[in-house]
Ligand binder design. Structure first.
Ligand code: PSU
Ligand code: MN
Length: 306
């Protein structure tokens, strides 16, 4: 499988020298945010990771290769090209065989990160069980990936476009630990809390790294969620967002939006309905997640290299 991977010099050097690395996804760039905020976010997030002592590896598919690390020109291509595929587990074979450009989702990025030997990943929010999932069977492949791929994901929880309760139940069934980073409630992306609790509250990068280390040393394959609430100054009120999200869900239903189009549709509706405020919050929380992920990656490598 390694024949399909290519690395930037920065990432290659970091891997060879057992340095801390943080993987980043491209779906958030190509399908999650508009241009030019998406490219600005992508570059800033990489810099935050470097400033916190780790090496960023933004992952995407181009020319039949899985690229571990993207240069500026490639990042810009993901930010502006309108025909980029959204690549989750099921889409890899097609994207690789056709040579089409593919932005990796949380699931897709985890697969690529594991192939490359990267254990830490920062994003905004994970996919999950959609509301009315009992009717539509819309359950993100992110959850099954978390069940068996050894990559820990720092996120701001899950948007309440999803059914957060069922998402957490699914993760429990699949044996995925949900850690609250300095929080007791599972965050709901735009807001710092939801009505649901986390499994364990941990308060330092070292504590999180120790849990990751013992999980994988025990051979308990699968990922981990590190839920990191949006900084208070960027939070949007939960009740207000509930109304917005209910409006967006109604529109998705009216327009018969299904399959992989659901999440990007809801995201852009929410942005429209909050006059762009949701985008600012989205960017703030991704940056915060990158910082925390870098610190955990540093702590983990210190432990592993000791
Ligand atoms: N949630 C967000 N922003 C995003 C996504 C999820 O708040 O950009 C993206 C991620 O790439 C995630 C994917 O992996 O959507 C989930 O899509 P689906 O529900 O189709 O599995
Ligand atoms: Mn889906």
């Amino acid at each position: 499988m390694k024949q399909y991977l290519t690395f930037t010099d920065e990432v290659k050097h970091a891997l060879e020298n057992k340095m801390p690395i943080v993987a980043l996804e491209t779906t958030i760039i190509s399908h999650g945010m508009p241009y030019p905020q998406n490219i600005e976010m992508a570059k800033e997030v990489e810099q935050i990771i470097r400033d916190n002592g780790a090496v960023p590896a933004t992952i995407g598919i181009m020319d039949g290769k899985i690229k571990i690390g993207l240069n500026e020109e490639e990042l810009l291509e993901f930010a502006t090209n309108k025909s980029v595929l959204k690549v989750s587990r099921r889409d890899f074979p097609y994207a690789m065989a056709t040579g089409k450009m593919g932005a990796t989702t949380v699931a897709g990025t985890m697969i690529a990160a594991q192939l490359a030997g990267i254990e830490m990943f920062a994003t905004g929010g994970i996919g999950g069980v959609h509301r009315e999932g009992e009717v539509t069977w819309d359950v993100s492949a992110d959850l099954t990936e978390l069940a068996h791929t050894n990559v820990a994901v720092v996120c701001a929880g899950a948007k309440s476009i999803l059914d957060i309760g069922r998402t957490l139940e699914y993760l429990e069934t699949q044996g995925v630990p949900v850690v609250g980073y300095n929080c007791d409630k599972f965050p709901s992306f735009f807001s710092r809390e939801s009505e649901f609790g986390v499994d364990y509250r941990l308060e330092s990068p070292e504590e999180v790294a120790a849990v990751m280390d013992s999980k994988w040393k025990l051979g308990l394959d699968g990922g981990m969620i590190i839920a990191n609430p949006v900084p208070a100054e960027s939070e949007l009120p939960y009740e207000e967002m509930e109304k917005v999200i209910n409006g967006a869900l109604a529109e998705a239903k009216e327009n018969d939006i299904a399959g992989k189009k659901v999440t990007p549709f809801l995201l852009s509706k929410v942005k429209e309905m909050t006059a762009g405020k949701s985008l600012e919050t989205n960017i703030a929380l991704v940056k915060h997640n990158a910082e925390v992920a870098a610190k955990i990656a540093v702590a983990l490598k210190k432990k592993q290299n000791a």
